[in-house]
Design a binder for this molecule. Structure first.
Ligand code: NAP
Length: 238
């Protein structure tokens, strides 16, 4: 899994551990906290240092891991956001977000899929999209473009790989309490407006996404290909 040190990635790591799985996290920051929490539950967590912004280096890391032992699943969770009005949006903010959220995600899927096919093994990919895979958002041009892209790429890969035994699906988290949404939660007006629109009446927690990821990584989702699972407290239903 990419981005396991905090937030949704940490929630997914803990949920996988609760389900009895071993988690390998690829990320640039220390993953000690996640490792401690996973081990506290009796699970196993392996941290691998890597910057997802560099797609070639990330792919090389994944290939190295898969050369040692096949991986049952791949979770593409790492993601970043940049905020600015569209008229002021810079190429730097465009490229940085697209590189992490979409470019590396695609090439990691490609490397994982190639390895499964070469070994004749089944596989499972879970990508993390957003409500902004469906909606436009405001002041987040590259994030919205990248998350629409994650949805499209997930569907394309499902079409190409379903018959090869590789399930590729995507979770669309709603508003989850993580660093990513700290600015929104600290703005009383935005925070109230968001909460008022969520049927469940609360922000999501990382474990809400974690449990959904376990489902998509498990045999229980065997006939799901190219599916989008919103975990959003009902936001999209409204
Ligand atoms: P977060 O707390 O900011 O965590 C983002 C994760 O991505 C961190 O582990 C971060 O590691 C990692 N990451 C970012 N850039 C990286 C890079 N270049 N190399 C390696 N790792 C990198 O945000 P989050 O809310 O948990 O977000 C996780 C995913 O969920 C993202 O794809 C996000 O778009 C998506 N999402 C979140 C929400 C929400 O409400 N929170 C809603 C919809 C979708 P570092 O700490 O090292 O940067």
């Amino acid at each position: 899994m990419t981005g396991a040190n905090t937030g949704i990635g940490q929630g997914i790591a803990l949920a996988i551990a609760r389900a009895g799985g071993t988690v390998i996290g690829i990320g640039r920051s220390s993953m000690e906290e996640t490792a401690g929490l996973v081990e506290g539950q009796g699970g196993t967590f392996v941290a691998v240092k890597g910057d997802i912004a560099d797609s070639k280096a990330s792919v090389a890391l994944l290939e190295e891991m898969m050369a040692e032992a096949p991986l049952d699943g791949l979770v593409n969770n790492a993601g970043i956001i940049r905020r600015a009005d569209a008229v002021d949006f810079t190429e730097e903010d465009w490229d940085q977000v697209m590189d992490v959220n979409l470019r590396s995600l695609f090439f990691l899927c490609q490397a994982y899929g190639r390895s499964c096919m070469a070994r004749g093994r089944a596989g499972r990919i879970v990508n993390i999209a957003s409500l902004l895979s469906f909606q436009g958002g405001i002041r987040v041009s590259s994030y919205t473009a990248s998350k629409h892209g994650v949805l499209g790429i997930t569907r394309l890969l499902a079409n190409e790989w379903a018959a090869k035994g590789i399930n590729v699906n995507v979770i669309a988290p709603g508003y989850i309490e993580t660093n990513n949404t700290e600015a929104l939660r600290n703005d009383p007006d935005r925070s109230r407006a968001i909460l008022d629109r969520i049927p469940a009446g609360r922000w999501g927690e990382a474990r809400d996404i974690g449990d959904a990821a376990v489902f998509l990584l498990s045999e229980a989702s065997r006939y799901m290909h190219g599916a989008v699972l919103p975990v959003d407290g009902g936001w999209l239903a409204r």
